[in-house]
Design a protein around this ligand. Structure first.
Ligand code: ZN
Length: 431
């Protein structure tokens, strides 16, 4: 894709830095504040769905907001303070204002004994309770005595908030990009997907597009469930889709296929990642991110999940160590470029017909043999021309030709453009 990548990683990292302090959750003002910042870059529509709305087998929950939360010792000193890190408070903690002894407090404290300096990330969306998360070292340093516990939160009728953007292309058929926006100060898990999706949307908005592109910025699980429930009658427009998450760490790419296993999106991503060292392909499983909802059997949408290091497989996952240093500008830029290449495959994948199929046509006479250009050598270019001519019988798409030949999709697409230019190819049908 003709993306200007210089500086894009730094700009995405700057946006992460700006979004990092905001206390996001399944619902609440942190989600609205996040969407408002994204709306400075892309024309996002913000949707509000009221508490109690029935969505598939679920209901939109109460909205949660926090003003302040802390544990103070007998001298009044705050020993755990939400103002220092929003990870200190368990998400969806109910309001509390009590004096209690350490032994009464302890069942509400969460730490990681094997990572004593990190704060874990915990939520309790569906059971009304409260808790604080803190470094194990800090937990162990708490002395006996009385503590003041304050959680100045509200859990009330309100809304579930999400952001949606549609970029209209020639076709009503859509490519869906979805990312979750419900984690507080965690960078790789949620912010990396958010900034890559936002930057991708801003770039695509400047292009003329074959497909329409829909971007969803939704709280995990209930966000896609809500969107699916509200849009059920028009889901047949979703031609391809990707859940974008964990795109800023230094690991190689991991692609989790859609439930369909060999949908065009699965093949497109496989082709692009096939050119990159250290990439891994995995089959669908009903566990992970929001592909679980898009790929539930009643919808079975062709939606895979693109990430770098998978969730739960790196130590920093769901801890305070998933911070601004853990996500790298160069990894963000490479993720954006790679998704751009996947878009190029989807946009450029056509099926053609060789108009001179009996014997090889004379390429030299048409100025194509020995005509060298682009990043690939002359020989691969000639090879690509021969592959496209041979396989373009109206049944093999350019992606199928790339798969069969082992050539990069871009080389196959360039060869097809050249052959169209000298009228050796005709359009068979749009796939
Ligand atoms: Zn997560």
């Amino acid at each position: 894709m003709a993306f200007e990548l210089v500086g894009s990683g730094e700009r995405m990292h700057d946006l992460i830095r700006r979004l990092y302090p905001i206390c996001r959750s399944l619902t609440g003002d942190g989600v609205r504040e996040t969407l408002a910042i994204l709306a400075e870059q892309i024309p996002l529509e913000v949707r509000e769905v009221p508490t109690g709305t029935r969505v598939l087998d679920w209901e939109v929950p109460k909205e949660w907001n926090v003003r302040d939360a802390y544990i103070a010792d007998e001298s009044g000193r705050r020993v755990v303070d939400f103002a220092e890190s929003n990870l200190h408070l368990m998400g969806y903690s109910v309001p509390v204002r009590e004096q209690m002894l350490l032994e009464q407090l302890e069942p509400h404290l969460f730490s990681l004994p094997d990572r004593p300096d990190w704060i874990p990330y915990r939520t309790s969306y569906f059971k009304e309770q409260w808790g604080f998360c803190l470094p194990h070292r800090q937990l162990e340093s708490l002395g006996d005595g009385e503590y003041e516990v304050c959680i100045d939160s509200t859990l009330e009728e309100g809304n579930l908030t999400y952001g949606e953007l549609l970029l209209e292309g020639e076709s009503e058929r859509e490519v869906l990009f979805s990312c979750h926006i419900c984690h507080p100060s965690l960078c790789n898990d949620n912010l990396s997907g958010i900034v890559v999706a936002t930057t991708l949307a801003a770039r695509l908005a400047k292009r003329s597009l074959r497909y329409s592109y829909r971007f969803l910025f939704v709280p995990g699980m209930l966000g896609p469930i809500t969107w699916l429930a509200l849009n059920e009658s028009r889901l047949d427009r979703v031609a391809h889709g990707l859940v974008l998450t964990l795109l800023g760490d230094p690991g190689g790419f991991t692609y989790k296929r859609s439930r369909r296993h060999d949908a065009e999106i699965d093949r497109a991503v496989e082709n692009v990642l096939g050119q990159l060292e250290g990439s891994e392909l995995r089959d669908f499983s009903p566990w992970g991110y929001d592909e679980r909802q898009y790929c539930s059997p009643g919808f079975d949408l062709p939606v895979g999940c693109l990430m770098r290091s998978p969730h739960g497989e790196f130590a920093e996952y769901h801890t305070s160590a998933d911070d601004l240093d853990f996500v790298r500008p160069e990894a963000l830029a490479e993720s954006l470029a790679t998704i751009g290449e996947v878009v190029d495959v989807l946009e450029g994948n056509d099926t053609f017909l060789n108009l001179s199929p009996k014997g090889e046509p004379q390429l030299g006479r048409r100025g194509l043999y020995g005509a060298v250009g682009g990043a690939i050598g002359g020989r691969s270019r000639e090879l690509a021309l021969l592959w496209v001519l041979n396989m373009s019988d109206g049944r093999h798409s350019l992606l199928a030709i790339a798969e069969r030949s082992g050539l990069p999709f871009a080389a196959v697409r360039d060869a097809a453009s050249s052959l169209l230019g000298v009228e050796l190819l005709g359009r068979a049908r749009r796939s």
